[in-house]
Design a protein around this ligand. Structure first.
Ligand code: MLT
Ligand code: MN
Ligand code: ZN
Length: 303
């Protein structure tokens, strides 16, 4: 299977339009060894033709423009996107649906909770009905498996995990199973597996089991420290408070991943404040030493 990273940035992207933090300031001026990143999404295929999109970023137009394999190949209208799976109902993971409104019926796979958010607090599904048909398919939150028509040779296992529903959601401070999910993507013919979870706040036992069972993991790389946005004077919000496990420190993502034996380890959904965006930073060297990679736009993983 092939995993194409369409966007490796967190909400706001990198650089963020109104941000003048150490990273955003330097990348705009060409003073940093690093690359810009669009907002969070990946695409997966086993035949380079039929793609399953995970999340739809507000940056989707640029992401599709940069990826010929997913563009129309035949007929007057077409796309390689055969279905879409949403990991949550966050703005950076769903707003791109508005850009796909010219599409044929959109087949969207998401949890019951995400369906609720996207028909009430942020009624994207309701709005899209007047542009194109939206076929919603409810995905399990207990780790059970399913397949998707047109997405050949792949099987999916989705499970609720602890992160955060969006600020607009009635569930922001009243968590429900399925506000956020993680997914194991398995290629049926080879048994190869990827775990994808761009929002991951807590490593529950079933998450650790998932991390241990896969060949490659793409997990929450939003923040280096819990107080990153506080110390930079950007926000009062701490990483854990908004559903993102920071990389450094006790119980942080690096420590967790050190306990995972054989998978290829990749961080994704990187916030613009995170020092790991600078390839020359000491924090990046720490990741290198731990065998942890940082996803970038256009990265392709073949398993
Ligand atoms: C998050 O992952 O916490 C969100 O992307 C924040 C946001 O939408 O700005
Ligand atoms: Mn996000
Ligand atoms: Zn910034």
């Amino acid at each position: 299977m092939k995993v194409r990273v369409l966007g490796a940035g967190a909400g706001g992207g990198f650089p963020q339009w109104n941000c003048n933090c150490h990273n955003c300031h330097r990348i705009r001026r060409g003073q940093m060894n690093g690359t810009a990143r669009t907002q969070s999404s990946i695409a997966v295929s086993t035949d380079d033709k039929n793609w399953l999109l995970f999340n739809t970023s507000p940056d989707i137009r640029a992401q599709l423009d940069a990826f010929p394999q997913i563009q129309p190949q035949e007929g007057i209208r077409g796309t390689g996107i055969k279905a879409i799976m949403l990991m949550d109902s966050q703005i950076d993971h769903t707003t791109g649906l508005l850009m796909l409104r010219e599409g044929k019926p959109l087949d969207i796979y998401c949890s019951e909770m995400v369906q609720q958010d996207l028909t009430t607090g942020f009624p994207l599904f309701t709005m899209l009905k007047d542009y194109c048909t939206v076929n919603t398919h409810t995905i399990p939150v207990d780790g059970s498996s399913f397949t998707i028509p047109d997405i050949h040779d792949l099987r999916f296992y989705t499970q609720a995990l602890k992160s955060k529903a969006p600020p607009y959601s009635p569930h922001r401070y009243d968590p429900h199973d399925g506000d956020n999910v993680g997914v194991i993507i398995e290629q049926i013919s080879t048994g190869k597996k990827v775990f994808y979870s761009p929002g991951l706040g807590e490593i529950e036992p079933h998450v650790m089991d998932a991390l241990q069972s896969v060949d490659c993991l793409l997990v929450d790389g939003t923040f280096w420290t819990d107080d990153e946005m506080v110390t930079q004077g950007i926000s009062h919000k701490r990483a854990r408070e908004i559903g993102h496990l920071p990389q450094s420190g006790e119980g942080g993502m690096i420590e967790v991943l050190n306990g995972v034996s054989h998978a290829r380890k990749i961080l994704i959904h990187i916030n613009n404040t995170n020092p790991i965006l600078d390839n020359d930073s000491p924090e990046r060297k720490t990741l290198d030493a731990a065998g942890i990679e940082v996803a970038f736009d256009g990265m392709e993983i073949v398993l």
